[in-house]
Design a protein around this ligand. Sequence first.
Ligand SMILES: NC(=O)c1ccc[n+]([C@@H]2O[C@H](COP(=O)([O-])OP(=O)(O)OC[C@H]3O[C@@H](n4cnc5c(N)ncnc54)[C@H](OP(=O)(O)O)[C@@H]3O)[C@@H](O)[C@H]2O)c1
Length: 328
Amino acid sequence: MLKVGIVGASGYAGEELNKILSRHRKVKIVSLSATYARKEAGIEAFDLNRTISSCELVFFALPQAQSMRFVPKVLEAGKKVIDLGADYRLKNIREYKFWYNAGHIDQKNLKYSIYGLPEIYKDKIKKAKLVANPGCYPTAAILSLAPLLNKKLIKSAPIVIDAKSGLSGAGRKAVEGGLSDELKNNFRPYKINYHQHMPEINQELSFICKKKVSVNFVPHLLPLFRGLLTTTYVKLLPKSSLSQDKIIKIYRQFYKDQPFIRIAGQGETPQVTDVAGTNFCKIGIFWKNKSGMLVIVSAIDNLLKGAAGQAVQNMNLIYGFGETEGLL
Ligand SMILES: NC(=O)c1ccc[n+]([C@@H]2O[C@H](COP(=O)([O-])OP(=O)(O)OC[C@H]3O[C@@H](n4cnc5c(N)ncnc54)[C@H](OP(=O)(O)O)[C@@H]3O)[C@@H](O)[C@H]2O)c1
């Protein structure tokens, strides 16, 4: 049995990790910790040395600019890390400082971190010691655009991503601090074109199409607890004159070996309830020639495919367990 620990176990992502790992047949949770102990939930006050000595793999589910304070020591001890936060996602440290308002203090390990999106980086993840688990919005957005950019079927600008997330995406403190009251019978955009997930989406889409991509990204918060959906507008390149049916086939072919991707059929619209409580990403493609814009809808559960489920999928790949183990 693989011995694992969760740091940040009292948060929304940590709590989901605990649930999935508790029923996983190949792992044993040996350490649950957070800033403060919660004895009734088996959570201890975080102690780095104790965590390192008891675990082979540590999941960090902490607020930004926290995990990079601890990860170097875990790796030095020969243990592995899956970080659910943003500290090891952006490869450019100037961008990190700008978007997260903190200087990066572990550039050495940042160089070797692997972006944990299995549908794109599976082979690299299998060999990784440090996985940067993707953000929730980037997971849905990148998966919805990768086939088109990889096959060079769309213009790299404009790409307009209109995104909506349930409240849990903001973390427990924000929700319990009044966000759920504010959003009763309401919803609103926030951080329009300056959300910290935008550079992450740009970085990964640029890697995929080997050309600089700069998306427009507008997130919204919805009055529901979990679930996230992106609606993306792109222009097909004139030479690609494709039917909707053909584009659906291209997506199915691109993701044919990926157990957690579902491509909707003609006329089927992905919705949050299709994926809530699962590790699936459901993608629908809508293309009417006259409108000029191709529309792609992508739905995930922000706490699962957007966080804890994807982290377990990454663990399964690193340790050679079945990719879907504990997740179906
Ligand atoms: N929520 C999502 O949908 C989602 C999706 C993808 C990625 N993520 C990322 O996952 C991470 C966790 O998100 P979350 O929503 O679960 O946040 P959260 O609900 O606010 O939980 C944060 C957790 O971190 C603990 N913590 C904070 N500082 C700590 C420290 N110095 N040492 C030990 N524990 C500490 C907190 O413990 P105390 O309560 O005791 O302080 C709590 O358990 C974030 O980086 C977030 O961006 C979240």
